[in-house]
Design a protein around this ligand. Structure first.
Ligand SMILES: [Zn+2]
Length: 529
């Protein structure tokens, strides 16, 4: 008895010896296992070895070098964020803290028409290689950005592409897909992507068709012309014969909240026609974008310098002002415009404030305050606008074609990525869906939510071996408590991690356990298979 106890104490104190004795790298014990396909959970042990799931059984007899007690917890496929901007900070901080700590094990980058890897025929492959070399904590898949492609080939101006330019753009998209891009994205409220016509979008999306990869679009308009924009998006997919992913579907501005039924009707009738339409959404009533987005697209033609010059040009400044004030009115006034980041150090005091209150505190006109901020930061000012309906979020998330996206960046509460006052979605999205929309609002079931965060997005972008808990699959596995999982990040104090996660495992290696990060970055670049 004594010798056995001494032996056990020895192995407990000697991880290397324990690892020699263990049969598996990790065994997750007694959790309620969700397969990601939408099925209800069943109590199972899950064993992981050599980066893969090797057993899912009522009782795994063998021991793991790491044993995780998951009783009362949910065990699910690691979440896939189908519209993420978190790749942008991986060079500064590959830990991807805000991502891992909400259970995301794969991000899908290259969104809103903006991607890297457009500088030459083989540059998308180089981009994937260099991102992988950062040893990110999270897996990364990426789309090719059609706005970046247009910027590279046509430039920043508002003019149609020549037929030679159209061929070059289409060729760049095709080469990126060959290199492993998992779709093509557009950002039609941003320049220069906004200058693409329907015909151009159809042409550059044609290479998606044979691969069944999606055209993902931040549509031309998400408020008064929402329905026309959905029609245009569907027309692109119809013309190019490719799937359509409407990015962060929303009905912006209270006067447009009633359009959701009509939006769904368009999606449903397109699907009946055989067009594969789906969409994603983040679980917040405010959106985030650049402050320049309040200004009409035509005023931004040619880039930031031209835009700032027009603001001072008496021939067009009054019209810019009128159209901008109409947009601000649409989202409910300056009190609904929250400044998230500025580049100019002298304007740091504006970060985290609403323009309405900030202008009042300066006894200044809010439009003039806005222009001053943009000028001093050379256009680099971030904003959050409060303009969405929470009931519509319930319905968008619950719709069979609805998925979850963060649309957020990557942050940490320490280090170089703690900067500005970002939209809380970058730190809270997936936990917020589980806590607020599943547990509190009961907009969807836990099994449905997990499906929309794992197998559904995986199949959307051709990642056939991800997003499911099944023997033989790569072990992206998370363990969380459905009764406590929650977001903590707020608009006022965004730098707070989500809570309720017991473990996050990326490619078979524990990245987070009981609040403690560990290990080298174990994420890999994922390409459609
Ligand atoms: Zn977007």
């Amino acid at each position: 008895m004594t010798s056995r106890r001494d032996f056990l104490m020895t192995v407990a104190a000697t991880p290397a010896l324990l690892r020699l004795r263990a049969d598996h790298a990790v065994v997750v014990r007694g959790g309620t296992v969700y397969d990601g396909l939408g099925g209800e959970g069943v109590v199972r042990d899950v064993a992981i070895a050599n980066g893969r799931i090797v057993a899912i059984a009522p009782r795994v007899a063998e021991r793991g070098a790491e044993e995780i007690d998951a009783k009362g917890m949910a065990v699910a496929p690691g979440f896939i964020d189908i519209h993420s901007h978190a790749d942008g900070s991986l060079a500064d901080d590959p830990r991807a803290e805000s991502v891992i700590r909400q259970g995301i094990t794969t991000i899908v980058a290259g969104q809103d028409g903006s991607s890297r890897g457009v500088d030459g025929p083989d540059s998308f492959a180089a981009y994937l290689t260099s991102t992988g070399a950062l040893k990110p904590a999270v897996n990364v898949a990426a789309m090719i950005g059609l706005g970046s492609v247009r910027g590279r080939v046509v430039g920043q101006d508002d003019r149609p592409a020549t037929s030679a330019e159209l061929s070059r753009m289409t060729e760049l998209v095709d080469r990126a897909l060959q290199a492993g891009a998992c779709g093509a994205s557009s950002g039609l409220e941003y320049t220069p992507g906004a200058f693409a016509s329907l015909e151009e979008l159809i042409a550059v999306c044609r290479p998606l068709s044979a691969r069944r990869l999606p055209y993902a679009t931040h549509m031309r308009n998400e408020d008064d012309r929402l329905l026309e924009s959905i029609d245009e998006s569907i027309a692109v997919a119809r013309g190019a014969r490719c799937p359509l992913q409407i990015s962060h579907l929303k009905t912006q501005g209270p006067r447009n909240w009633g359009k959701l039924d009509a939006a769904f009707a368009r999606v449903d009738s397109a699907r009946k026609e055989g067009i594969d339409v789906a969409f994603d959404r983040y679980p917040y009533t405010a959106y985030a974008t650049g402050l320049t987005n309040l200004f009409p697209v035509w005023s931004r033609d040619g880039g930031t310098t031209a835009f700032l010059a027009r603001l001072a040009d008496p021939a067009v400044a009054p019209r810019i002002r009128t159209e901008t004030l109409a947009k601000v009115d649409l989202i409910g006034g300056w009190g609904n415009v929250h400044i998230t980041s500025v580049r100019a150090a002298e304007d740091r005091a504006a970060e985290g404030k609403r323009i309405g209150a900030y202008a009042t505190s300066l006894s200044a006109d809010p439009y003039e305050v806005t222009i001053g901020l943009l000028r001093r930061s050379a256009g680099n000012v971030g904003m959050v606008g409060f303009a969405m309906s929470e009931d519509n979020i319930d319905r968008i998330l619950a719709h069979p074609q609805g998925m979850v996206c963060s649309d957020g960046g990557g942050f940490a509460i320490d280090g170089p990525t703690r900067r500005g006052s970002p939209h809380p979605r970058g730190l809270g999205t997936f936990a917020r869906v589980l806590g607020r929309y599943v547990r509190e609002r009961k907009a969807l079931t836990l099994a449905q939510a997990i499906h929309k965060m794992s197998a559904l997005p995986a199949s959307r972008i051709g990642l056939r071996d991800r997003g499911q808990l099944a023997v033989g699959r790569p072990a992206d596995v998370i363990v969380f408590d459905p009764s406590t999982v929650a977001d903590r990040a707020t608009y006022e104090e965004p730098f707070q991690y989500a809570v309720g996660y017991r473990a996050v495992i990326v490619n078979g290696v524990i990245a987070l356990r009981d609040g403690v990060r560990r290990g080298e970055g174990n994420g890999v670049m994922l390409r459609p298979t």
